[in-house]
Design a protein around this ligand. Structure first.
Ligand SMILES: Nc1nc2c(ncn2[C@@H]2O[C@H](COP(=O)(O)OP(=O)(O)OP(=O)(O)O)[C@@H](O)[C@H]2O)c(=O)[nH]1
Length: 452
């Protein structure tokens, strides 16, 4: 996420590190580089210029040069400004109203339909709501089908009227249907076009006026940079929307949209989309994002994601199995699946302070666990329970069955063995042998899964 920007900002701050004494000149040089980094990230020129002007003003105000660690203070000032640029505080969504109606707007392909599904899933699983999805695209039957597919996937009902060509009517009927059937959230997915045009704007304005949504959200593809900002402006002029959704943040985005949109439309970014899966949705926290951009990681989000996946009952069962020496490959597979639910590896690594930078040349596969899963799936149920039964011949067969090499099977078995031992020790009184064990694991082959 924003790798290029992070890299350039890091280089900008390097200017300060090379000098014994920090002077006004190298602070100015640093800020010039910061501005260049923002421009390269496709941030609007005026926004970038004002940004560095504000940091400079604060730096002078706080007498940066006379402090003990001017470099660090300057990084902090940049972090604070980045946070402000992206909206300052976290912005929630308004779920009042029975039902609460959420209208989605945006161009075709921005990720509206996918995000409608993600939001419904999020509200259903995390906020205990009963959402109804509404297909209001009257032009493309495929769009209606897509929403039905999404709805099936997450177990949320989808309201559509394929024969009706009046989106206002469909939306109104859907709200009636929601009221009559106990839905407390209605998410209306509208038709998008390839570019802003009058017909689309008129249509969404009519739907907006008729249903008076509690929340109007504008969905934008973060890969489109400055264009995203211009589109946002056009939609905001018509809808006066409540918040922005930035999608495809998992892609190779430069960051321009995230950093410019608030300044242009003065509306907060409320959520971000970080992948194609229904779970790939995050509440947008400007301060955490600023820290990630500056390579400081985002430990809070990482812990939150781990907590979300943590199931106390499952953990207790697992503990029992470990104590009884019954931890097998099936349990390992379950653990992997839980980690996968936390997000893709690259994203998770980006949340560890310093890790993005340290591992920027390491290629991380999107599905980092696929070889491990394939190997485990090629074992018989008995072998998964009792890995000791796997002899050399079976290892060769498992490698063949999983499309991997025998070394990979060996490596996994060794890692599994070490992990089982470590878990067993952690169960012991105070985990006293743990440190000893960890010392022995330094040379663990292969490192993290999925890295080449
Ligand atoms: N990588 C990634 N892909 C996404 C994300 N959100 C959506 N997509 C993909 O982007 C493409 C377009 O998404 P849709 O949800 O169909 O877009 P839409 O705005 O509803 O488009 P129309 O229905 O045609 O108006 C799909 O292939 C999605 O899988 C995201 O956060 N990350």
């Amino acid at each position: 996420m924003f790798d290029n920007l992070s890299d350039k900002l890091d280089k900008a701050f390097h200017i300060l590190k090379g000098h014994g004494k920090i002077t006004e000149v190298n602070v100015a040089d640093t800020l010039k580089e910061v501005r260049r980094a923002l421009l390269d990230a496709d941030v609007n020129f005026k926004i970038a210029k004002d940004f560095t002007a504000r940091v400079k003003e604060k730096a002078i105000g706080q007498d940066v040069l006379t402090t003990l660690q001017p470099g660090q203070l300057l990084v902090k000032l940049v972090k604070d400004e980045l946070t402000e640029l992206m909206g300052g505080d976290v912005a929630g969504i308004n779920l009042q109203g029975t039902p609460s109606v959420i209208l989605m707007s945006g161009l075709q392909g921005s990720g509206k339909t996918t995000f409608s599904g993600k939001l419904a899933n999020y509200l259903q699983t995390k906020k205990n709501k009963k959402p109804l999805l509404v297909a209001c695209d009257i032009y493309r039957p495929a769009a209606i089908n897509q929403l039905h597919v999404v709805g099936d996937q997450i177990g949320v009902e989808v309201y559509s009227e394929p024969e009706n060509k009046n989106p206002v009517e469909i939306a109104q009927n859907a709200i009636k249907h929601a009221k009559a059937n106990g839905f407390n959230i209605v998410i209306v997915d509208t038709a998008g076009r390839l570019a802003v045009d009058k017909e689309m704007m008129d249509e969404i304005a009519r739907v907006h006026k008729a249903i008076q949504p509690q929340e109007t959200l504008f969905v934008v593809d973060s890969m489109t940079g400055q264009d995203a900002v211009n589109t946002a402006k056009a939609f905001n002029d018509i809808l006066n929307f409540d918040g922005v959704i930035l999608t495809k943040l998992d892609g190779d985005t430069r960051g321009g949209a995230a950093l410019s949109i608030k300044s242009v439309v003065n509306k907060p970014i409320k959520f971000v989309g970080t992948g194609e899966k229904m779970e790939a949705i995050d509440v947008f926290y400007p301060d955490r994002m600023a820290e990630r951009i500056l390579g400081m990681g985002d430990v809070v989000s990482l812990v939150e994601r781990a907590q979300e996946q943590f199931d106390e009952e499952e953990a207790r069962k697992l503990q029992k199995k470990i104590a009884k020496n019954e931890f097998g490959f099936d349990d390992f597979l379950t653990q992997i699946q839980q980690v996968k639910k936390m997000g893709n590896m690259k994203d998770l690594v980006g949340m560890i302070p310093g890790a993005s930078k340290a591992m920027k040349d390491v290629e991380i596969e999107d599905d980092a666990f696929k070889h491990i899963e394939a190997i485990i799936h090629s074992m018989t149920p008995i072998e998964r329970k009792k890995p000791a039964l796997i002899d050399v011949k079976r290892k060769a067969r498992i490698a063949k069955g999983s499309g991997t090499k025998i070394e990979q099977v060996n490596q996994l078995m060794k890692q599994f063995d070490q992990m089982s031992k470590m878990m067993k020790m952690m169960q012991g009184p105070g985990g006293k042998n743990l440190m000893k064990m960890m010392g022995g694991m330094k040379g663990m082959p292969g490192g993290m899964p999925g890295m080449k």
